[in-house]
Ligand binder design. Structure first.
Ligand code: AHR
Length: 668
């Protein structure tokens, strides 16, 4: 993907020239009039969502809590992540055996010729294994005992060999392949342990699917998801969850594409493939990045249900990544791709009379997952997309007319490819068009009015991937989290006021990407950074959070001199009402360094509480960021003392601040 990388670098450089214009302090006051009685648009419950892609070790090594890398020896190099050694005089060896069929082809055979000594098979984990003191860890392995009396011991050890927890495995005789389980408690918090499987005695044994999970997963589901990371998602209160990408949907070529049917059922049978980000960026090469699909489509739907997000699967539409091979399936061969989409809807929503609904029920989820929308392709562009998109739409709408379909708007928010696609998609009356914006902070500030003059009767917009990318030359810190700085988050907030103001056009929006491992990332900025033990919410996360938790259900005008605030005097604003909780919610972003005086008036006869909640996120430093070592540099603070009184409320907004003001109605 050389051209893709070059394009991104070029864009950053060009756009960066105009970035971060310093806005001088101004003593001018801004008069703002809000009209809570005039509902100009409905805010969709799905307005603020999240975008998950398995990039930056977000799934294996991240959200999926498995601690063993290459647990079933299916990486092309079957012993990647593993080491072995015969110790203390042992005469033992290891052989990688290939079954030659199925999706889980390989296992290892350990053969020991002597009673004395041990043979140690060690796994390095995902950049180490994180253990927490006092926590229980569940070990399991598929084992087939051969001749002799080999015993298996399991231990977690530090880099210096200190034992942090240990247990042994009971193996039944003559049982064929069996899954054996054991537990240990960690006696220390340690970020970088390794797992040793120790074979003692004489004989031989076959081993496969060597696995270690914390017992304390999300909702304590066995072999589940990392609890701290899911909690961060739940705390965002996302309206939807886009999954599984991103370019990962497309694959580098069609063989490398994401296929949901291969991600459900017994984890041992989910066929591993190379993660496309393994080889994408030579300067961030990650040769050990594969997809085990332990976090597959069933787990995804379950997660959406847990965090009350509407599922939004993005499916391959017969096109591989156009920055890579750009392979397409011929139109004569497209049916299986479309069938996959139809079957996914049946899997999510079907009842027991249907093949795929029955499978979901057998997997333990009798209730439907309530799937209402699907994306047809990711960043597709060009004429070749159109017949493929149309074939998907025709088949899906014929069977499921209520499912909303999202068309690609391509990889850029402007330019020839974008213009072409959006023209066609508006003509096709696409339900929604997926727009992606990876641009400088200044682009986001100047695009806060992007949708103010949009054709409000045409296709809706899904702001499917966006993040302000600060040009490298402005970033002074070498910390990986520093690209998620306050200046970028502030610009996103300004842009989001424009999305909210035009909520009749923009129905959904999601920041991208969601997660990144500080030790194994390929792409930044990202919403949440993590290592093996901890995670940190970025300033961008807090912007998403304050918008999503103060959504409101109708947009109301908030005007200065009769116009929306879209950057006049570096101020941006939007307002909504929450008709369930009877609240007026005002969002104002001050993108200038200096504080600003705002005189706020509320139009109409309705009475409002004398005191309001004022949530502020701010920092005097645009380059401020949160890190794993210093996680609370930029975060929301709540001020409950804002007095609303008389005709005009005078506010002094801090420089570089995002403000959410919530005023309760006193009566109807
Ligand atoms: O978010 C990272 C990548 O950016 C996504 O995979 C792709 O859709 C976009 O180019």
């Amino acid at each position: 993907m050389k051209s893709y990388t070059q394009l991104k670098i070029f864009l950053q450089a060009v756009l960066g020239l105009a970035c971060f214009t310093i806005v001088s302090n101004s003593s001018a006051q801004t008069n703002l009039m809000v009209h809570p009685g005039q509902h100009t648009a409905q805010v969709s419950p799905t307005m603020w969502g999240i975008f998950f892609e398995d990039i930056n070790f977000s799934a294996d090594g991240g959200l999926y809590a498995e601690l063993v890398k290459n647990r079933s020896f299916e990486f092309p190099n079957p012993l990647m992540g593993w080491k072995y050694k015969a110790k203390n005089g042992a005469d033992a060896s290891l052989l990688v055996v290939n079954r030659g069929e199925g999706s889980n082809q390989r296992f290892v055979t350990i053969s020991s010729k002597k009673d004395t000594g041990d043979f140690v098979l060690s796994n390095e984990g995902f950049r180490g294994i994180g253990l927490k003191e006092g926590e229980i860890y569940n070990f399991s392995a598929m084992v087939r005992k051969g001749s002799g009396n080999l015993k298996i011991k399991v231990e977690a050890v530090s880099e210096s060999g200190e034992v942090l927890g240990e247990t042994s495995l009971a193996i039944a005789e003559n049982a064929g392949w069996q899954t054996c389980h054991a537990q240990f408690k960690s006696n220390k918090t340690y970020p970088n342990a390794q797992l040793n499987v120790v074979f003692e005695g004489k004989g031989d044994v076959d081993v496969d699917m060597i696995s270690l999970f914390p017992a304390d997963t999300w909702k304590h589901r066995p072999n589940g998801l990392r609890a701290d990371l899911v909690q961060k998602l739940a705390d965002l209160h996302p309206g939807f969850m886009r999954f599984p990408g991103g370019c990962i949907v497309e694959g580098r070529d069609l063989a490398n594409r994401y296929q949901w049917k291969k991600t459900i059922g017994n984890p041992a049978d989910r066929q591993l493939i190379m993660n496309r980000w393994n080889v994408e960026f030579s300067y961030r090469s990650t040769p050990d990045y594969y997809q085990s699909f332990g976090l597959g489509f069933f787990e995804y739907f379950q997660l959406c249900e847990d965090i009350r997000a509407s599922p939004l699967p993005i499916l391959n539409c017969g096109m591989a990544c156009e920055y890579n091979s750009a392979e397409v399936v011929s139109m004569n061969e497209i049916d299986p791709y479309i069938q996959d989409a139809l079957d996914l809807i049946e899997f999510a929503n079907g009842n027991t009379d249907t093949k795929w609904g029955k499978l979901r029920i057998a997997l333990g989820h009798p209730a439907p997952f309530n799937l209402k929308m699907i994306g047809v392709g990711n960043e597709q562009w060009g004429e070749q997309y159109i017949p493929r998109y149309k074939a998907f739409v025709a088949a899906i709408k014929a069977k499921y007319p209520d499912i909303k379909l999202i068309a690609s708007g391509g990889p850029d928010p402007d330019g020839e490819r974008f213009e072409y696609l959006t023209k066609v998609m508006h003509h096709e009356k696409a339900d929604l068009i997926d727009e992606h914006y990876y641009r400088s902070p200044d682009w986001f500030l100047s695009n806060a009015k992007r949708y103010d003059h949009y054709d409000h009767k045409s296709s809706h917009v899904f702001a499917g991937e966006y993040a302000a990318h600060t040009p490298d030359n402005l970033i002074k810190s070498s910390a990986v989290e520093s690209h998620n700085n306050w200046g970028a988050a502030l610009a996103e907030a300004a842009f989001m006021t424009g999305l909210e103001r035009n909520a009749d056009v923009v129905k959904m929006a999601s920041y991208a990407p969601l997660f990144a491992d500080v030790n194994a990332w390929q792409w930044r900025p990202d919403l949440i950074w993590f290592d093996n033990l901890n995670s940190v919410a970025t300033p961008n996360y807090y912007v998403q959070q304050v918008f999503a938790t103060h959504r409101g259900d109708y947009v109301v005008p908030i005007l200065s001199d009769g116009k929306p605030l879209t950057g006049q005097d570096s101020l941006y604003s939007s307002a909504t009402v929450d008709t369930v909780n009877n609240e007026l919610i005002i969002k104002i972003v001050n993108a200038s360094i200096g504080g600003k005086q705002v005189n706020l008036q509320i139009d109409g006869k309705r009475k409002w509480a004398k005191q309001a909640e004022w949530l502020q996120v701010s920092s005097a430093d645009k380059m401020a960021f949160n890190s794993l070592t210093d996680p609370d540099v930029v975060k929301p603070t709540l001020n409950n003392t804002l007095k609303i009184g008389g005709k005009t409320t005078r506010l002094t907004l801090r420089g570089l601040s995002v403000n959410v003001i919530v005023i309760k109605a006193e009566s109807q």
